[in-house]
Design a protein around this ligand. Structure first.
Ligand SMILES: O=C(O)CCC(=O)C(=O)O
Length: 286
């Protein structure tokens, strides 16, 4: 559970860091699994479609100035459950009672899975994502910062200084300067770097103004997960994709009780799913 003070901090700032969510003794296992995943993504020519890979060439400003090899570098993957990428630690993490109870403190008791993704520093080029909100540019939180439906969080496997944020921007309209710099990587008044130590988790509000940056010389390896309330709705395509992977991997027999419930709650969205095309193309549009 989060303390009242932590909940207030999340509401005020639009981000909240919880230290040491992955215990130090587990980090080597997480890191090794993560590295195997990164290598597979980078090596597969069909990685965009198969693994939902995110490319430097699609997201960096001025990427047309880069050479083809740099453009083809990845900084993330959306489909950690793809059977060729999946590693048991990706779902074991969802057995972490402190993590799940903390998410419930913000979203309420009935939550399900929504996304299991990863973000990392590319091998030879800087990842430099533009300022954005994870929703519409003009939408902010009117209810004091409680996440409307879903909660996204980064878990750092190494120390990182990658997430840039304007604290409190989720509670108000963007300023003229923020609107002018939205979609760029230019400096914005009040921006801060949110440093994480290995094992820390950072919850973010979808309306907080943020971006990511990681030099090739840094070693960023972050899990980027989303959990959602069960009264939220989900795209049919995403639902079917996750169900296919779940069955293919035989996860029903393998998962612990907490992660299994998150999947079951996710699949219970069946009757509330909407027809979507967003999941596959989302990151091309950014
Ligand atoms: O690098 C980060 O942590 C930010 C990622 C992000 O904003 C996104 O994937 O929408």
């Amino acid at each position: 559970m989060l303390t009242e003070e932590e909940i207030e901090r999340y509401k005020e700032d639009g981000i909240l860091v919880l230290k040491g969510m992955v215990p130090p003794e587990k980090l080597p296992e997480y890191r090794n699994a993560y590295e195997r995943m990164v290598e597979k993504v980078q090596a597969d020519p069909d990685r965009r479609k198969k693994y939902g890979a995110r490319f430097i060439g699609k997201t960096n400003n001025h990427s047309h100035e880069l050479d083809e090899a740099s453009k083809a570098e990845c900084w993330g993957a959306d489909f950690l459950l793809h059977p060729e990428l999946y590693e048991p630690v990706f779902t074991d993490y969802l057995e972490n009672e402190r993590l799940i109870n903390s998410v419930k403190s913000l979203l309420g008791p009935d939550i399900g899975l929504y996304g299991l993704k990863a973000i990392w520093s590319p091998a030879s080029v800087t990842y430099d994502l533009r300022w954005h909100r994870d929703g519409r540019q003009d939408v902010y939180s009117t209810d004091g910062g409680i996440p409307p439906g879903w909660l996204q969080f980064n878990t750092a496997l190494y120390r990182e200084e990658s997430f840039r944020v304007v604290r409190g921007s989720h509670r108000r309209p963007l300023t003229d300067e923020e609107n002018a710099r939205y979609g760029t990587v230019e400096e914005v008044a009040g921006e801060e770097v949110c440093a994480l130590e290995a094992g820390d988790v950072m919850f973010m509000h979808q309306a907080v103004l943020h971006r990511g940056r990681a030099d090739a010389s840094s070693r960023r390896r972050a899990l980027h997960y989303i959990l959602a309330r069960t009264d939220f709705s989900v795209g049919r395509r995403r639902l079917e994709q996750f169900k296919g992977w779940y069955e293919n991997l035989g996860l029903e027999e393998k998962l612990g009780p907490s992660s299994k419930l998150l999947f079951e709650n996710f699949f219970s969205w069946k009757d509330k799913a909407f027809d979507d095309i967003e999941y596959d193309s989302k990151y091309e549009e950014k």
